[in-house]
Ligand binder design. Structure first.
Ligand SMILES: NC(=O)c1ccc[n+]([C@@H]2O[C@H](COP(=O)([O-])OP(=O)(O)OC[C@H]3O[C@@H](n4cnc5c(N)ncnc54)[C@H](OP(=O)(O)O)[C@@H]3O)[C@@H](O)[C@H]2O)c1
Length: 270
């Protein structure tokens, strides 16, 4: 799969797998664990080696499902991103949160650990003191942030002892905030990966221009939406799917060749 080079020099696939709703959404759901674990294993085999989860997903249970799924693989074959919740950003709480995530994921380390949302009540210095320790002792391989604006990302880059690898933000054809608030330009300039979440939301899949361009390419709207994101430098995306056919369709999105004219039309719809 096409990759983007992280600031530590290592490659990251442009397409990862979102896992929101595996193991539940805002509450835990244990009723479909066997099916979810089998699906995740199948998707990893298909090429989704980067899984994006969070301590908050399914009230902790999503991490347990991901942890069960990755047991079938050599740990070094998968790249796990998880996130510390904004209410856990005090020094001792970060240490407690990573201990919980590692236990639920049943692993010794996470590949990438993100601050899920900023919390203006807790100084970033305090959070990064803990995060820097986690990197130093190996429980966290890399650090990133999510839902940060440019000044907060800049401050994070000053406080983080290692490169801030990514800012994970809401970005898709119809939600263009990272373009208007300067985040996309900043990330591309600095080599920070912009991870686009919710790539298929906000009526992207039913937009008439997206549908027309998809039809011209014998592709689907989801493929156009994904391709438009990851053709941009330093942009990766993490569509969620628990449907094998959708997941394959999303992987095949990387094969679409959008023309300059297609891109110009897509750029105008946001
Ligand atoms: N950092 C944050 O604050 C934050 C916020 C939101 C999300 N995220 C992360 O980003 C991931 C992705 O975002 P998201 O889950 O909000 O939205 P999304 O990935 O844009 O959309 C997921 C929805 O699209 C459907 N889908 C997937 N592929 C499809 C296809 N080819 N054709 C038609 N429908 C398709 C899925 O259903 P099926 O399962 O049936 O395919 C699911 O209902 C999350 O799972 C999570 O890991 C992070």
């Amino acid at each position: 799969m096409k990759t983007v080079t992280m600031l530590d020099g290592r490659p990251l696939p442009v397409l990862g797998l979102g896992t929101w709703s595996y193991g539940g959404g805002s509450t835990a759901d244990y009723s479909r664990d066997a099916e979810s674990i089998a699906t995740l294993r199948r998707l990893i085999e298909m090429g989704y080696t980067h899984l994006d989860t969070a301590e908050s997903y399914g009230k902790n249970h999503c991490e347990e499902v991901v942890g069960q799924a990755i047991k079938a693989f050599d740990r070094s074959q998968v790249f796990i991103t998880t996130k510390v919740a904004p209410e856990h950003l005090r020094y001792a709480d970060v240490h407690k949160a990573i201990a919980g995530s590692l236990r639920r994921l049943d692993t010794d380390y996470v590949d990438l650990y993100l601050i899920h949302w900023p919390n203006r009540d807790i100084p970033l210095e305090v959070t990064f003191e803990a995060l820097n320790e986690l990197v130093a002792d190996g429980r966290v391989r890399r650090v990133g942030v999510s839902n940060f604006d440019v000044p907060l990302l800049q401050r994070s880059m000053e406080l983080c002892a290692t490169p801030v690898i990514t800012n994970q933000v809401h970005y898709n054809l119809l939600h263009r905030e990272p373009e208007t608030n300067g985040m996309l330009d900043f990330c591309q300039r600095e080599g920070v990966i912009l991870t686009a979440y919710s790539p298929l939301k906000d009526d992207v899949l039913t937009h008439p221009v997206v549908a027309r361009i998809a039809a011209n390419h014998g592709a689907t709207p989801a493929q156009i939406a994904i391709n438009w994101l990851v053709r941009q430098p330093y942009v990766i995306t993490i569509p969620k799917s628990s449907d094998i056919e959708h997941a394959q369709e999303n992987l095949d999105a990387l094969q679409v060749n959008l023309s300059d004219g297609d891109v110009a039309q897509l750029n105008r719809i946001g």
